[in-house]
Design a protein around this ligand. Sequence first.
Ligand code: IPE
Ligand code: IPE
Ligand code: MG
Length: 248
Amino acid sequence: MESYKELIDKERIPHHVAIIMDGNGRWAKAKGMHRTMGHQAGVATVKEITEAATRLGIDYLTLYTFSTENWKRPAEEVSALMGLIFSELEEELFTKNQVRFRMIGDYDRLPSNVQQKMRELEDHTKHFTRMTVVIAISYSSRWEITHTVKELATAVKEGKIQPEDITEETISSHLNTQFMPDPELMIRTGGELRLSNYLMWQCAYSELYFCDTFWPDFHEEELYKAIYDYQQRERRFGKTSEQVTDNK
Ligand code: IPE
Ligand code: IPE
Ligand code: MG
């Protein structure tokens, strides 16, 4: 069979693809292995998908790596994940592919070695422009929105802005994701049909793509398939089909 890569319209590649990388634990369990082995195997997928996304010309790839709610997992799993994030965040992947690294999430809750490594990686890769990989760690939409509301409330209290000046753009420009456009496409692997607190403001009009494949088995062909699927859809943004086709 022809690869989905050949079917993709190269002129209509989404600028921002967000991925909920789910299913590591079940992947490991199905193989009779410890959950941690699933997370380890998932790292190889992160590398493969980053490189494939770079070649396709995607501008922003945001990967949900660890949610605010994931802090509630057994301490042993949390520390294995933090250890993995620390040891696998390699500069080589970014420099080799001219990719900028950014982190979104609650920095302060992370172990200090992870914080330091991420700051260094952000700094060392800030001049790369081919693509930006954003890792969401200790991130959740409700955390992000709560943080933004506090910031805006403080600015109002200090007289820096007026409540009537607050627009959707004001909110977007105060979120953690202020430096990137909203995702056109949101992918979730692992079979669950939910957003689990990921980019809920930003995904107001994203196309959602769910697949059953566990993250460690999600290879580049599946990314091409998701993008092809996205390209078959009509994005109406509340308008009628006639309105959006006439504007083409
Ligand atoms: C996703 O895989 C990775 C993280 C949430 C850290 P899971 O660990 O959630 O895997 P499943 O969903 O239990 O299979
Ligand atoms: C969402 O996966 C978070 C990440 C992939 C990092 P979870 O496995 O934590 O989500 P729920 O709890 O099943 O919704
Ligand atoms: Mg899961």
